[in-house]
Design a protein around this ligand. Structure first.
Ligand code: 5CA
Length: 444
């Protein structure tokens, strides 16, 4: 993409309404715009990042054997009355009526709708287990929407639902999601720590939140130092094998969110306990028959008995992740995108726009890189080199190629790594080999 054609309304000044760095950088780099409290427009570059995160989340769900479907944003109040949550959910739920005076709502989550779909279709133990998910916008009328995408009112969530015959089988689904989450967050370049968590309005008694440590996080969290030293899970996983060992290797160390942490009963010495703030990027729940009983989702067992299915639900805050990644990866000059989610793999800077020869060569490099399917952002604007450099740093593209008069005379260009700041002069020809394999978002 040529920068001159890209719709990227960057801001020079820090927006005063933004209190945390991710919100400031998202606004300044022209990725999102607020339309009303907690509701945002996704501008082209922000939208690209959101889609890349969504795709990684999707691939890891698919690998774990979870099947994608799509449920609507608007739901009928009837289902929520059946589960009993229509009243319980309170003011966070956005309720309205259609022209026939039927009560409807904008879904804050989908346990009811999913249970309804399941109970209509599945009647026998033979059809179990099932794991289903969708990636859909949610609305929660938060009292205090804040920190930009972190606590929005409208936000994108991946939510999965598991249906099993009994606890043991449901625990296997829980473990699958646990492991899929570790893999997902590792691919996003994040160190997420699973922690015992309270279940709130979703219910049940087994639950883990996946937490990224960050000073700006909304939750107070406590965990064993050993978890911080643990390597993220990146090896390939056989989901049909027993995953309990992997889950145990994380859950055997103490980690709890504020609501679950009890300083008196904490099993590890204070010297080993890290007390920090964190961002909740995922939350998984096993709640047994809470919804299946209330909504009569039963199946027949092999012995001919009628039983309620055991269920769990598993959420990832896809839009929140955009902000969480920035909180975890930025410097004074801007965002530093991990390669897996960067909007472009590399930025190509024409440092001397007025020099026809430089412009010609930069154009050739751009064409060649595009032919190699490299996602390249070419800053071809008639701007000072300094403006282009600081803009590219702000946007946070992982690699920069800088083309200038002096280098071109010797057949070289400068390559800069955004994260390390390292610069090297390389020959023009070797650019293509160096970036041949850089296909952002497609790496496994
Ligand atoms: N039904 C369950 C699991 S699918 C559920 O709704 N869980 S949740 O309430 O914990 O939400 C799942 C994830 O969505 C959270 O871990 C968080 O990352 C994200 N999330 C929740 N509320 C917001 C919000 N207001 N803004 C942005 N992301 C949010």
């Amino acid at each position: 993409m040529r920068r001159s054609a890209l719709f990227l309304p960057t801001l020079k000044e820090n927006p005063t309404e933004a209190q945390i760095i991710s919100h400031r950088l998202l606004l300044r780099s022209g990725m999102i715009r607020q339309t009303s409290a907690g509701i945002y427009c996704w501008l082209p570059m922000g939208f690209k990042v959101l889609k890349k995160i969504e795709q990684i989340v999707r691939e890891e769900q698919d690998k774990a054997g979870c099947q994608e479907l799509l449920m609507p944003t608007i739901q009928s109040a009837e289902l929520w009355k059946e589960s009993g949550r229509y009243n319980d959910y309170g003011k966070e739920m956005l309720r309205f009526k259609d022209r026939h005076e039927r009560e409807i709502l904008y879904g804050p989550t989908n346990e009811e709708l999913m249970t309804d779909i399941f109970r209509q279709a599945v009647k026998s133990y033979r059809d179990l287990p099932k794991l289903l998910y969708h990636i859909q916008w949610k609305f929660r009328d938060e009292v205090r929407p804040r920190f930009g995408l972190m606590r929005g009112r409208e936000f994108l969530m991946k939510d999965s639902y598991s249906f099993d015959l009994d606890y043991d089988s449901a625990k296997k689904a829980y473990n699958k999601m646990f492991v899929a989450y570790l893999r997902t967050f590792a691919r996003l370049g994040l160190k997420a720590i699973p922690m015992q968590a309270a279940t709130g309005p979703i219910g049940g008694d087994l639950s883990h939140e996946f937490i990224i440590l960050a000073d700006t996080g909304e939750s107070a969290v406590y965990c064993d130092q050993k978890l911080l030293d643990k390597n993220p899970l990146q090896d390939s996983v056989h989901y049909e094998s027993d995953l309990q060992e992997i889950v145990d290797s994380w859950t055997s160390h103490y980690a709890a969110t504020d609501e679950k942490h009890d300083p008196v009963r904490c099993p590890i010495p204070t010297s080993q306990l890290v007390s920090a703030r964190g961002i909740e990027v995922g939350h998984i729940f096993y709640f047994g028959t809470k919804y299946s009983e209330a909504m009569k989702a039963s199946i027949t067992t092999q012995e001919g008995q009628n039983i309620y299915v055991h269920m769990g639900s598993y959420g990832i805050g896809v839009s929140r992740l955009v902000a969480a990644i920035i909180e975890a990866s930025h410097d004074d000059t801007g965002i530093i995108w991990p390669e897996s989610v960067a909007p472009y793999s590399l930025g190509l800077i024409n440092a001397v726009q007025s020099d026809a020869h430089v412009t010609k060569i930069t154009g050739q490099i751009y064409d060649q890189l595009r032919q190699q399917n490299v996602e390249v952002l070419y800053d071809d604007r008639d701007e000072r080199a300094g403006t282009k450099f600081s803009d590219m740093d702000l946007i946070g593209v992982p690699w920069q190629i800088i083309v200038g008069t002096k280098g071109i005379k010797n057949g070289t260009v400068e390559v800069k790594n955004r994260k390390t700041g390292q610069r090297e002069m390389i020959s023009q020809e070797s650019i293509y080999a160096k970036f041949n394999n850089i296909k952002v978002g497609l790496r496994c």
